[in-house]
Design a protein around this ligand. Structure first.
Ligand SMILES: *Cc1c(COP(=O)(O)O)cnc(C)c1O
Length: 229
């Protein structure tokens, strides 16, 4: 089932890319395995999937302890300061940097481990109150400026979560805003490569608006049951 879902999804991504003349090689698929187990991850691995996303440190650590660096791990959830050391120990990428103090904490732990931590800044691109992320462009620049000098941080891009709505115009607005933000920052030499945006319900729009990293869970693993909550 997982192998078939992945196959269908990859074909869809290829088709969308072809339609708008984008090279699918520039659209990386991150399989969001939260609430699913190591067995499901192994099935996806057997189907050729190499990158996985998790949104809770405890769950990531437990899966990392089983699978280690056989796969590439992305931490995509809200990160509390007291959990940073777990994320830095296990995640190749942290997508959800939403404050300068969080970046500083990540730098501290990455330095301790002698690691260069790849990070993305999470931007808030909609009015929705429940969404986290940085709102002000100036604040994003503050964090980005810090990353230039922080020896153990490698800022590679921006991440966002679109509002939860049926209104595709609002979703598109959120993604195009992030895309524009990246261009504006790159015009000031920030050299950001990645746009992490697009989930099961909105990845087509995300690809159209320039996503380079899709974070997709349910289309691959099925609907989540929150038995672990
Ligand atoms: C769960 C989650 C996803 C994947 O959601 P699906 O709708 O299952 O594809 C993507 N990004 C973040 C931040 C998530 O928490």
């Amino acid at each position: 089932m997982i192998a078939e879902n992945l196959n269908v999804l990859r074909n869809k991504i290829d088709q969308i890319c072809e339609k708008i003349n984008r090279d699918p090689k520039n659209v990386k698929l991150i399989a969001v395995s939260k609430n699913f187990g190591v067995d499901e991850i192994r099935s996806a691995m057997q189907a050729g999937q190499t990158e996985f996303g998790e949104n809770r440190t405890q769950e990531l650590v437990s899966k990392f302890d089983s699978l280690g660096n056989q796969v590439i791990w992305h931490f995509i959830g809200h990160l509390q300061k007291n959990k940073v050391k777990f994320a830095v120990r296990t995640a190749d990428y942290i997508h959800s940097v939403d404050s300068l103090s969080l970046a500083e904490e990540i730098q501290k732990h990455a330095e301790k481990l002698g690691k260069t931590q790849k990070i993305l800044i999470q931007a808030k691109t909609s009015e929705e109150e429940t969404k986290s992320g940085v709102t002000e462009k100036e604040e994003i620049k503050n964090i980005a400026n810090y990353c230039i000098y922080a020896s153990n941080l490698n800022l590679i891009g921006l991440m966002t979560i679109a509002p939860l709505t049926e209104d595709i115009n609002l979703i598109r607005k959120s993604f195009s805003y992030l895309s524009k933000l990246k261009e504006e920052l790159n015009a000031e030499d920030y050299n950001l490569k990645e746009l992490s945006m697009g989930m099961t319900s909105d990845y087509e729009i995300a690809i159209e608006e320039g996503a380079t990293m899709l974070r997709i869970g349910s289309a691959i693993f099925g609907e989540r049951t929150y038995y672990k909550e």
